[in-house]
Each structure stands twice: as structure tokens, then as C-alpha cells.
Design a protein around this ligand. Structure first.
Ligand code: PLP
Length: 356
């Protein structure tokens, strides 16, 4: 049997999603929160986990979490769907919507890679609209593509990964008004931007918001939250696999809602670190950082970028590198780390640039 004969072309033509496995002392490549949880939260987590029934399936559909997050976000429970990370919610959305020959999934580029990868795996054609030179939306081009190709779904990362800024709110509103597609605002980094469309969720029935706990110190849980119109959530819930969220994540997710202030204090520390990191990058000749509303900073490096990346690894610092072609050809992305990690990264970068 030739196994490849039975696999979709879209899958055959892709590579597995590249996750860097280099074991570096300082890991600033994946936009994680760098701080360990406070001791009292760790203690509380172990207390709550010690009595869970491991012999039973967890609650299907995570009803407790739906209730908790509905309260937390100020919406009704039937507007909430819980996923195994927001990656799973992207997958569920793209399994649900109709594919079309002319393109059913639209997003600006560059953006979070998963929209394109999951779209292709789910049999969709994609419509990719390049950002303008200031990393903003080319709204006119997007509106033309909406009128012309009528995509079923549009993804906007808000703030955008990897460029870092939130798109202009007025541009997003124009897209929401003009389109009868679902417009998914992926607010994975909203705790670092302070900007959200959540208070407007009832204003557009095509608005869908994605949130995740991955960027606020709980990446290992794999917990994503979708907030959208009850009719949409009802349909998506048919696609969600039973027991998609394990019992540990359900228990700790509830604890997040209870102690959100303590978790979000860690995000505030990251925002202070971002400002320090930006100013330091700005002061290095040959490096241009781009302003960020997220927990990472994109920066251009005008001298042998791939070499600088490799030599940072030699010094124990891992950042995210991008392909050497296209709009990000000179770019790398660094996650804001702890104060000490940020300092070590800056010292290592300076020393690599000095040729040491
Ligand atoms: C914009 C964006 N959305 C979603 C995710 C993934 O979130 P999760 O860990 O909940 O799957 C990421 C991760 O880097 C991201 O950058």
C-alpha cells in the first residue's frame, strides 16, 4: 500500500508545524509568560487537584468552565465554547464553515501561522491580504476581496502575531460592517494590549472572539475560550469532540477565574519589561524594534540575521527567527522574559553584534 495515495494533497504538501526544540537556557521564542506562579496559587492548584476522579471521564463540554467564563466575560453561557487551546477552536471553526473554490478563509499576512495551516488541512482555499508597510491592515484590499470572493471566515489577530500592534479599530469595524462572513478576532494577547472588542460582542452577530490562558501563565493547560453568537456556538458544539478539555485544565481554569487578578498581575510585569526591552533594542545600532501591544517584540536586524540568530543560540538564548524572504526577511521576534532574561538577551545580542 502506498500510504501517501490516501492522504490529501493539502497535507502532503505541508511540513509539520515547526516548534524549535533547541534546549536553551533562556527561552524567548514562544510568547509564553516567563514568571512561575506565586506559591499560594501553586499550593491551591495542588489542593484542588488531589481529589479529582481520574477513573472518570471529565465533564463533557466543560459546563463549569463555561459558567465561570460567562460570568467573567459578562456574557451568557450559550455564547461560550471551551477548547483545548485556541488552536482547537480555530480547527473547530474551520471544520464548520463551507469551503469554496474562490477562497473561504481570509486573513492578512504576516499573521499567526495556524489560520493558514488549519485552513489548508481542512480543505479550504485561503485569501491572504498583505499588511501595509506600517504593519496595518490594507483595509481597502480586504474589503475588495470580501466583495469579490465572499470568504466564509476572516481571522484577525488583535494584537497581531508576529508584528505586535493592534490593528486600527475603525478598520476592523469597517470589515465587520461590510462582511457577512464570520470575523474572528483572536485576542490571545489582549492582557498586554488592554484592547478588546468584548464589550461589543452583541453589536455584530458575525463577531467571534478568541481568548486563551496560554499567554497569562497557563500555557501547559491548553485552554482556549470562544465567545460568539449562541447560534454559532450551538453549531460549533456539534463538532467539538467529547471530553476535549481534561479534568486538570477544567479545575485550574476555574481557579484562574477566581484568582484572575493574581494571574493578570504577571501580565502587568511583562508590560513593564516590554518597555525596557524596546528602549534597549532601539539603542542598538543595526537593530530596529517595532512597537508592540503584545508580550513580544518584532525587530529587524540588518547584519546577517540568520547568523545572529544562531550565535544567540550558542549563548543560550532562543528567539523566533523568520524565513529570510518576504516582509519579515530581516526580522526576528523576542518574547518579553523576566527582568533578568531580558537583560541577558540584550547583553548577548550586543556581544554577538560586536562579533564576540
Ligand atoms: C494569535 C495567536 N492565537 C492563538 C495562539 C495559540 O493559542 P493556544 O495556546 O490557546 O492554542 C497563539 C500562540 O502563539 C497566537 O499567537
Amino acid at each position: 500500500m502506498n500510504i501517501e495515495n490516501i492522504i490529501k494533497n493539502a497535507v502532503l504538501s505541508q511540513e509539520a508545524y515547526p516548534v524549535e526544540e533547541t534546549s536553551c537556557r533562556i527561552k524567548l521564542d514562544a510568547n509564553e509568560n516567563p514568571y512561575p506562579l506565586p506559591q499560594f496559587l501553586r499550593h491551591m492548584i495542588s489542593e484542588r487537584l488531589k481529589d479529582v476522579s481520574l477513573n472518570r471521564y471529565p465533564d463533557p463540554g466543560s459546563p463549569g468552565l463555561r459558567r465561570d467564563f460567562a460570568r467573567y466575560y459578562g456574557v451568557s453561557e450559550d455564547m461560550i465554547l471551551i477548547g483545548n487551546g485556541s488552536d482547537e477552536l480555530i480547527n473547530i471553526l474551520l471544520t464548520a464553515v463551507n469551503p469554496s473554490l474562490s477562497g473561504s478563509v481570509m486573513f492578512p499576512i504576516p499573521t499567526f501561522a495556524m489560520y493558514g495551516i488549519v485552513a489548508l488541512n481542512s480543505g479550504h482555499n485561503t485569501i491572504e491580504v498583505p499588511l501595509n508597510g506600517r504593519f496595518g491592515l490594507d483595509t481597502d484590499a480586504m474589503l475588495d476581496a470580501i466583495a469579490d470572493k465572499k470568504p466564509a471566515i476572516i481571522f484577525l489577530s488583535y494584537p497581531n502575531n508576529p508584528t505586535g500592534r493592534c490593528f486600527d479599530r475603525g478598520d476592523i469595524e469597517r470589515i465587520l460592517e461590510a462582511s457577512s462572513s464570520l470575523v474572528v478576532l483572536d485576542e490571545a494577547y489582549c492582557n498586554f494590549s488592554g484592547k478588546t472588542f468584548l464589550p461589543d460582542i452583541d453589536r455584530w452577530d458575525n463577531l467571534v472572539i478568541l481568548r486563551t490562558l496560554s499567554k497569562v501563565g497557563l500555557a501547559a493547560l491548553r485552554l482556549g475560550i470562544l465567545i460568539g453568537h449562541p447560534v454559532l456556538v450551538h453549531q460549533l458544539n456539534k463538532i467539538r469532540l467529547p471530553y476535549n478539555v481534561n479534568i486538570f485544565s477544567q479545575v485550574v481554569g476555574s481557579l484562574f477565574v477566581e484568582y484572575s487578578g493574581d494571574f493578570l498581575a504577571l501580565a502587568d510585569r511583562v508590560v513593564s519589561g516590554r518597555k525596557w526591552l524596546f528602549d534597549e533594542l532601539m539603542a542598538i545600532e543595526g537593530i530596529t524594534p517595532y512597537p508592540s501591544d503584545a508580550n513580544f517584540i518584532l525587530f529587524s536586524c540588518f547584519m546577517g540575521k540568520d547568523d545572529v540568530y544562531a550565535r544567540l543560540i550558542d549563548k543560550g538564548v532562543l528567539v523566533k527567527n523568520f524565513a529570510s524572504t518576504g516582509i519579515l526577511g530581516n526580522c526576528m521576534r523576542v518574547t518579553v522574559g523576566t527582568e533578568e532574561e531580558n537583560r541577558e538577551f540584550i547583553e548577548s545580542l550586543k556581544s554577538v553584534i560586536r562579533g564576540e
